[in-house]
Design a protein around this ligand. Structure first.
Ligand SMILES: *[C@@H]1O[C@H](CO)[C@@H](O)[C@H](O)[C@H]1NC(C)=O
Length: 277
């Protein structure tokens, strides 16, 4: 009877404690409680806020170069657990796959999305923690609307909205950047009167002509300086914005066409690219 009871308790615990950064990760950074709180996103999103860390001993080098997953608009880290699980099936582990939620899902849906400095800084902060925890370089895999946020995080420099200096490029710490259908060139806004807030926002919207989108692309040179190995996985049929740019393209990137067949094939493609590096 006691054993039955214990296993019921264990099952209940296992379903309760789904994610958030692991205990090992949280312990390692227990001297930085504010930072941990901001990145775990637990108070806003509960267990969907973040994941990663596993049983790794902080500071030791992981066997595999860890990846940070940057989710798309309207999503959270939790929405990418199925991606994490498939990365794990492909040789990764809880010690080598990390994510935080850069914004609150209802505020980051594509039509009203703003590329805020707050989001960029959150990705940068996670990057520094993961790099320190895993003792070496990190790969970044960014999806959809998360890709321009992650690119700005890697480039560093001043934010478009707050003019805050976010710091130097992460060139020497990021090994590879993989954008998966990232909205790097902006989204397809209708120039003859698109009502979507993000298309009307010429500062930090996803309009191809916004200051933010220009900032991460016009300085293609800086972007190239900011990371050595750049890969963009794009739809088979190119999507051109009204600026003439490719919606999913990144200057100087290696381009892989893909027909987006769901999580498993998607992750397999990323793993294939990273394996060759
Ligand atoms: C990885 O972490 C998740 C929670 O974040 C957990 O549910 C899963 O069991 C862990 N996997 C392994 C192999 O430890």
């Amino acid at each position: 009877m006691k054993t039955v009871f214990n296993s019921i308790v264990l099952v209940a615990l296992a379903t309760m404690v789904q994610a958030d950064f692991s205990e090992k990760f949280r312990d390692h950074f227990s001297n930085l409680p504010e930072l941990l709180k901001d990145l775990s996103r637990k108070s806003q999103l509960g267990p969907a806020g973040s994941f990663g860390g596993g049983n790794h001993v902080g500071g030791a080098v992981t066997k595999k170069i860890p990846i940070i997953i940057v989710h798309g608009g309207g999503n959270s880290a939790g929405s990418f657990e199925k991606y994490r699980d498939h990365f794990i099936k492909q040789g990764y582990s809880n010690e080598t796959v990390y994510a935080t939620s850069w914004g609150f899902p209802t505020e980051t849906i594509q039509q009203s999305l703003e590329m805020k400095c707050e989001y960029v800084k959150r990705i940068r902060k996670l990057f520094f923690l993961v790099a320190s925890f895993t003792g070496g370089k990190v790969d970044i895999v960014a999806y959809g609307e998360g890709a321009p946020i992650a690119r700005k995080a890697v480039i560093g420099r001043n934010c478009v909205d707050t003019n805050q200096d976010t710091g130097n490029s992460l060139r020497n710490e990021v090994r590879a950047f993989v954008s998966v259908r990232g909205q790097n060139g902006g989204i397809l806004c209708d120039p003859s009167g698109d009502k979507r807030a993000t298309c009307l926002n010429m500062d930090i919207g996803l309009n191809c002509g916004s200051k933010f989108i220009k900032d991460i692309n016009a300085i293609g040179k800086h972007w190239k300086e900011a990371v050595h190995s750049i890969h963009s996985i794009v739809p088979l049929l190119p999507q051109k914005t009204n600026c003439g740019s490719d919606s999913c393209g990144i200057p100087y990137s290696k381009v892989y066409e893909y027909d987006f067949n769901g999580v498993e094939q998607n992750v397999n493609r990323v793993v294939e690219i990273l394996k060759k590096l």
